[in-house]
Design a protein around this ligand. Structure first.
Ligand code: GLN
Length: 194
């Protein structure tokens, strides 16, 4: 099993570090040919406009869309925005997931926060599942899930911060910035099953 991490901008190094901690084979993706032979892809957090512009310049948009039609992709924060169909403004998007996102929905950088989230939906049948400490940095909200997309994780007030659509996964927050690797393991399981 080989996992790619889109390495145009953002915190791709942190994702690679978690994957290596978990013993997964991973590599950076910068060009269309880097996608060859991969079983899954992570799109990191960063700045979704920058990631979109660089992906356009490096002719990655169509290859990424093709990849996502058959293989698992997980986007964290800016990566989730890039996966969406609608970010309510004009910027390059992959449009793979039937979700509408609101960028910077919690305000400016100083309004970034950490929240303990109930992720019992990811529970393995034989394990207890304590709350996940989730890091939100100028994070988007998933305003709407449509079609086959479904909400996966919510804030206590019900607002959606993670969604799933078949083999595609989007989180508003950054599991790669904590020592809690449950989301990475969840994604690896999706890749394995595919
Ligand atoms: N605010 C960024 C955007 O809209 C996302 C921030 C992040 O990835 N931490 O693209």
């Amino acid at each position: 099993m080989k996992i790619g991490v889109l390495a145009l901008q953002g915190d791709f190094a942190e994702h690679l570090a978690v994957l290596s901690r978990l013993g997964a084979s991973a590599r950076e993706v910068r060009l269309p040919e880097d996608l060859q032979g991969l079983d899954g892809l992570i799109i990191p957090g960063g700045e979704s406009t920058t990631i979109g512009k660089l992906a356009t310049d490096y002719k990655l948009i169509e290859p990424l869309r093709e990849f996502g039609k058959t293989k698992p992709i997980w986007g964290t924060c800016a990566g989730a925005i890039f996966l969406s169909k609608d970010a309510r403004r004009d910027q390059p998007l992959l449009g793979l997931m039937d979700i509408t996102v609101a960028r910077n929905a919690f305000g400016r950088q100083v309004e970034s926060f950490i929240a303990d989230l109930d992720i019992s939906v990811l529970k393995d049948s034989d394990k207890s599942n304590p709350p996940l400490r989730a890091v939100f940095i100028r994070a988007p909200l998933i305003e709407k899930v449509s079609g086959n997309a479904k909400a996966l994780v919510m804030l206590p007030d019900g607002r959606i911060v993670a969604a799933e659509e078949g083999t595609l996964l989007a989180t508003s927050f950054h599991p790669e910035l904590t020592r809690d690797d449950r989301f990475h393991r969840y994604f690896l399981k999706k890749v394995e099953k595919k």
